[in-house]
Design a protein around this ligand. Structure first.
Ligand code: CU
Length: 146
């Protein structure tokens, strides 16, 4: 192969990589848009259901199991009793990726849960409706303290 052909071949490979990266970019943007649209439609309703306050365990405060359903957290609305120590136990078999990075800003909580370190503990010492979400805001829900 002479030098000209070498550079031609090299250029072709680089063009190919550029095209591939472009396709990846389009796919990423598409995924992002799908999530954004999905979120804007489902914000504000409780289609994913909620747990009522039958989650109070004697002497242990209240325990809620958090998992994933329909690409969002489940339960989507977590009802907690005011001032009773709460534990949100995250099912790390179902809750994956950035959904494991959970933020509850109102209670200064930001935790990356993992297998073996999958419990978010706090005292819901404010009444009201507060949001929780993953770090990117793709998964989200409400915590209702009453
Ligand atoms: Cu996320």
């Amino acid at each position: 192969m002479d030098l000209d052909h070498f550079y031609l071949a090299k250029m072709k490979i680089e063009l190919g990589i550029g095209k591939l990266l472009g396709i990846f970019g389009v796919i990423l943007i598409a995924i992002f848009l799908i999530f954004a649209v999905k979120n804007s439609f489902s914000k504000g309703d409780n289609v994913n259901g909620s747990i009522v306050n039958d989650n109070i365990v004697n002497g242990e405060g209240q325990v809620v199991d958090l998992t994933v359903k329909d690409y969002n957290y489940y339960p989507n609305t977590i009802n907690l009793a005011y001032n009773v120590p709460a534990k949100i136990v995250v099912d790390t078999d179902k809750v994956k990726g950035c959904f494991q990075n959970i933020a509850i800003p109102e209670f200064n909580i930001r935790k990356l849960v993992r297998q073996g370190d999958n419990v978010i503990s706090f005292i819901p010492n404010k009444k009201g409706t507060f949001s929780f979400s993953c770090s990117m805001g793709m998964g989200f829900g409400k915590i209702v303290v009453s």
